[in-house]
Design a protein around this ligand. Structure first.
Ligand SMILES: Nc1ncnc2c1ncn2[C@@H]1O[C@H](COP(=O)(O)OP(=O)(O)O)[C@@H](O)[C@H]1O
Ligand SMILES: [Mg+2]
Length: 1004
């Protein structure tokens, strides 16, 4: 066998057609460069370039890469490859990160464990290498991998802006598609430009890339670029340039007639033009279609060179010399190197810098492949499979499985697919694991003795496939696979397997909120395995049944199942199951008003056992519940302590991205906010940066602080969160965080209409998803009521009878919304805790304000109720208390709560609250200690402007302001402009927010 370097020496320097100057495409290049410039300036952007095969996508992207490099960007490129059924996860990303593996920081360096940066065959043994070092995933473990890649790119981009080029997305594997979606959503604030190409002529109606493209173009900063055919004049330029090069500098060798002919037939396709010319130069007349053109070119080669092309086509788009040498029969007409050199000289193959061969264009490979006789194709696949079996390092199990299958060795394909599934599982690619397991299942009936080859039965495989589907987030597929288990096993099959299928199905159904079907399945599982003697299957069946029963409020049945599971788990030493049931039981007893001490004891014991079991998922569930029980028990300090402990453990266990870790983080953000550690809260919310999907509610919870501070970044984050709320329909915590922020922000801006709309919409979504269990609505209703009561008060003050009636009605609907939520919860779920009690007190106090009653007693009750630990809301209630005291003539008593509110607002940096507190102090002529910094309104605005500002704050138009103040609309608009100018505001809303934050907003 000849060494690859020797082979390359034989080939020598071949002029590369694709290194000639770019023809045309100025507009497209400008669009791409604009995106690159935007990215370089720190605004991540992406362009999806669509075009037919051969139209010139790669050539354009090459040019872009060169220009970007010239502007100081670092360019990373990855190619998707047509591998048919071979599932090789993350291929383009492995490809693009390879050159920088050595530079990546600690976090990402482990991803490339023990791999040299030296160029190696990318589509061979080390596929998936970047992710090999990861632990087996818990939950959706892919998220952790996705984030590691995002962080690696961000880290690189910190040194120099990045251009990431992804070629031929239509061939991307599923994991890569998911990762791309993640990156585009995640990297919007980093200096990273992503440019991806795909073949639009290849996207049939059900192509998996279609829905992704539709989703991606809706993301901010993502645009599409359609690459159309080149105009004839440019094709001619291209053809003449090429002809000159081929003819050694003199274009004269090619007759005009040929050039015209090529241009006419190429129809703007650069690749077609090049191939037509090459065929025309050799033969007399030009063949017909593109495939004929390409095959005519192939047929001009010697038989061994043709054979080399056939092997390369069957092997894939890229092949190494060794592989060709091992599979090609000894050539009759010269040696292999000569044959390879011939293919390269005729511009059908090109040599990559690492010595591998690839087709100059995928269309060449497709033509060669299409021309193979069936028998030869099978023979080549068999030879390739044999080579891969003899040299495992030369390829992956997935490739071997593919070749075995195509060569009709079904038993071999089955075994190799199982290996491939296992490899995919190890690198955290459940989608590919599932794909390989489904291949095994498809082959099963055709392979005699399949169970012996697989070492397990078909039902077990279905269970494994279902688990992969579940951890890849494909729950409906998991459900379908589990239903198939029942068919396969039949009514008289192994009851243990049937029970496993039933309870696993129950778990999956419960996650997709189909509790009724879940109950049917868990009941079936219980019926299949007896309680005595205790067995793991029965224990998990009972554990699942208990959870489902409690969800459906079948308490007695749930208690029985839980007690049984607990005892069985104890007897069997099944600590993970014990801990799982203990949590379920503790939660249900707690909801049912059970003994708190008993709840705690259970949870603490569960923690110890979960730890001992080594099951991180269960341990995290216990920790999360310890935090939640503390929270619901009205002890945010304790909740925070558990959240911190839990997150520490998550980190140590490497499951930071699991479901419960995200929930713990969310609780950490919220409890820090409540306890008044606003910087800490925001910091924790932002540590996840822009992690989409699962972590979205964590980042959205950072809005609590942003709104409380009147931060200018609020609007942008609300827009971001809104976009996700619309897509992630059932993400309740995200909805709550977003709606809460929108309502409170509207409240500070005096926009009662928006506040009411948001509260109503959120409440109806919650009612649909969670029914009676929507206690959170009371908070939204109480917050929305605040601006409504203000609006009603203003209407009352200005004698606007219709307005007063309208706002009173709107306010009453908010009161009803809140009270109904509380009543439903009490009836169906049980008593509520300190947090809800505080919001109920607040709702009552606001309701009085809506009626025009100043009621210090109700506000005192609200102040006391928030004393459980909610620093900010207590201060806000104190402000309203002071207001009520002033209104009832008790000015002196108002000073103390007002001063306390001012102190808290100042400590938190809660500018809007500080503004209204200062305004009240001014109005009531109360001297606040330390309030010297607050600017007097009169020092900034004229009395008329002050009046206009007050109306602006209530959302009035210029015309309404004019008519209320008896001035012309024109005059009102002049005042508004002056106000905007004095505040340096760009809009009316911004003016109001700025005035509020500086304590300049006059209150009615
Ligand atoms: N604008 C252009 N100027 C010069 N050559 C081009 C141009 N567009 C395409 N080509 C050439 O045409 C061939 C096919 O283009 P390519 O970029 O590989 O197509 P695609 O990636 O769209 O399938 C390549 O040899 C390429 O160099
Ligand atoms: Mg291309």
């Amino acid at each position: 066998m000849t060494a690859p370097s020797a082979a390359r020496a034989t080939i020598g320097a071949v002029p590369r057609w694709d290194e000639r100057p770019l023809v045309g495409r100025a507009g497209e290049l400008a669009t791409l460069l604009a995106a690159v410039d935007r990215a370089a300036a720190g605004r991540g952007s992406a362009v999806l370039v669509a075009g037919d095969a051969g139209v010139g996508k790669s050539r354009l992207l090459d040019e872009l890469a060169a220009r970007a490099a010239g502007r100081g960007l670092r360019v990373l490129a990855g190619h998707c490859v047509d591998l048919g059924e071979v599932g090789l996860p993350y291929l383009p990303f492995v490809d693009l990160l390879r050159p920088v593996a050595a530079e990546l920081g600690d976090g990402a360096a482990g991803l490339f464990a023990a791999r040299s940066a030296a160029a190696r065959e990318p589509d061979a043994a080390d596929l998936g290498g970047p992710v090999r070092a990861l632990r087996p995933p818990v939950d959706d473990g892919r998220l952790q991998l996705f984030e590691a890649v995002a962080a690696a790119l961000a880290e690189l981009a910190a040194a120099a802006p990045l251009l990431v080029v992804l070629e031929d997305l239509h061939w991307a594997d599923r994991s890569s598609r998911d990762l791309l979606r993640y990156l585009l959503a995640r990297l919007t604030d980093e200096p990273v430009a992503v440019v991806a190409s795909y073949r639009s002529d290849d996207l049939h109606r059900r192509h998996p890339l279609r829905p992704l493209l539709a989703e991606l173009v809706r993301l901010p900063g993502v645009e599409r670029l359609d690459l159309g055919p080149l105009p004839d004049a440019q094709v001619e330029q291209l053809v003449r340039g090429l002809a000159a090069q081929v003819a050694g500098g003199a274009a004269a060798g090619v007759p005009d007639r040929t050039v015209d002919d090529v241009v006419a037939r190429a129809e703007g396709n650069a690749f077609y033009a090049e191939e037509l010319l090459a065929a025309g130069l050799a033969g007399e007349t030009l063949p017909l279609g593109l495939t004929d053109v390409l095959l005519a070119r192939v047929e001009q080669l010697t038989p061994s060179a043709q054979q080399v092309l056939r092997v390369a086509a069957v092997a894939g788009r890229r092949v190494r010399h060794e592989l060709v040498a091992a599979v090609v029969r000894p050539p009759a007409d010269g040696d292999l190197d000569t044959a390879l050199a011939e293919a390269v000289h005729s511009h059908l193959l090109v040599v990559d810098p690492d010595g591998a061969y690839r087709f100059r264009h995928a269309l060449v490979r497709e033509a060669v492949l299409a021309d193979l006789l069936p028998g030869e194709r099978v023979r080549l696949h068999a030879a390739l499979a044999a080579h891969l079996a003899a040299e495992p390092a030369a390829g992956t199990a997935a490739e071997r499985a593919h070749h075995l299958r195509e060569s009709h060795d079904l038993a071999g394909a089955l075994a190799a697919s199982l290996e491939a599934a296992d490899a995919a599982r190890q690198v955290g690619a459940p989608a590919e694991q599932l794909q390989h397991l489904e291949t095994v299942l498809a082959l099963w009936p055709a392979v005699p003795g399949a169970a012996d080859v697989a070492g397990r039965g078909r039902a077990e495989l279905l269970l494994e496939a279902a688990a992969a589907a579940r951890s890849g987030g494909q729950l409906p597929r998991a459900v379908a696979l589990l239903r198939a288990v029942q068919e396969v096993v039949g009514d008289d099959g192994d009851p243990v397997i049937r029970a496993r299928a039933h309870y696993t199905l129950a778990q999956a159904l419960a996650r997709i909120e189909d509790q009724t079907s879940a109950l049917r399945e868990s009941t079936a599982a219980m019926a299949l395995v007896p309680a005595q003697p205790p067995s793991p299957a029965r224990t998990w069946a009972a554990a699942t049944h208990a959870r489902v029963c409690y969800d459906l409020d079948r308490r007695a049945e749930g208690d029985a199942a839980a007690e049984e599971a607990l005892a069985a788990a104890d007897a069997l030493g099944l600590d993970s199951a014990w801990a799982d049931v203990a949590v379920t039981l503790a939660r249900s007893q707690e909801a049912g008003g059970g003994d708190p001490a008993e709840t705690w004891a259970r949870l603490e014991e569960a923690l110890a056992r979960a730890r001992r079991s080594g099951d991180p998922d269960v341990e995290m569930r216990v920790l999360f519940n310890l935090a939640t029980v503390s929270w619901e028990g009205g002890d945010p300090r304790e909740a925070l302590r558990w959240s911190d402990t839990g997150l520490g453990r998550a980190q140590a266990l490497g499951v930071e991205w699991s479901f419960y870790a995200a929930e713990l983080r969310h609780l950490g953000v919220v409890s820090r906010y409540v306890l008044g550690d606003w910087d800490g809260s925001l910091g924790l919310a932002d540590r996840l940066a822009r992690v989409p999907e699962m972590g979205a509610h964590v980042r959205a919870a950072g809005l609590l602080v942003l709104v409380g501070r009147g931060d200018p970044g609020t609007a942008e984050r609300i827009t971001w969160a809104r976009g996700l709320v619309d897509r992630l329909d059932a993400h309740v915590l995200l909805l709550l965080a977003t709606a809460g922020a929108e309502i409170d922000r509207a409240s500070w801006a005096g926009d009662a209409g928006t506040a009411v709309d948001r509260a109503r919409a959120a409440s109806s979504t919650l009612a649909r998803l969670w029914g009676a269990n929507r206690l959170a609505v009371v908070r939204l209703a109480a917050m929305a009521l605040s601006p409504v009561a203000d609006a009603a008060a203003t209407a009352r003050l200005t004698g606007d009878v219709a307005g007063e009636a309208e706002w009173t009605a709107a306010g009453e609907s908010m009161v009803t919304l809140g009270r109904d939520a509380v009543a439903d919860h009490a009836r169906v779920v049980g008593a509520h805790g300190a947090e809800a009690a505080a919001w109920v007190a607040r709702l009552d106090a606001e309701a009085a304000r809506l009626d025009g009653r100043a009621d210090p007693a109700l506000w005192t009750a609200a102040v006391d109720a928030f004393g459980y630990g909610h620093v900010y809301e207590q201060a806000r209630s104190r402000w309203r208390l002071a207001e009520a005291l002033v209104a009832t003539g008790d000015r002196d008593a108002a000073l103390e709560p007002l001063a306390a509110a001012a102190g808290t607002a100042r400590e938190l940096g809660a500018a809007p609250l500080l503004g209204v507190v200062a305004a009240l102090a001014r109005r009531a002529r109360l001297e606040l200690p330390g309030a010297g910094r607050v600017v007097e309104t009169a020092a900034v605005f004229t009395p008329r402007e002050t009046e206009v500002l007050a109306l602006l704050a209530r959302g009035r138009t210029n015309r309404q302001i004019g008519s209320e103040l008896y001035i012309s609309e024109k005059t009102a608009s002049v005042h508004v402009s002056n106000i905007l100018a004095k505040l340096g505001a760009g809009s009316r809303t911004e003016a109001v927010a700025l005035a509020a934050s500086r304590g300049l907003l006059p209150t009615a």
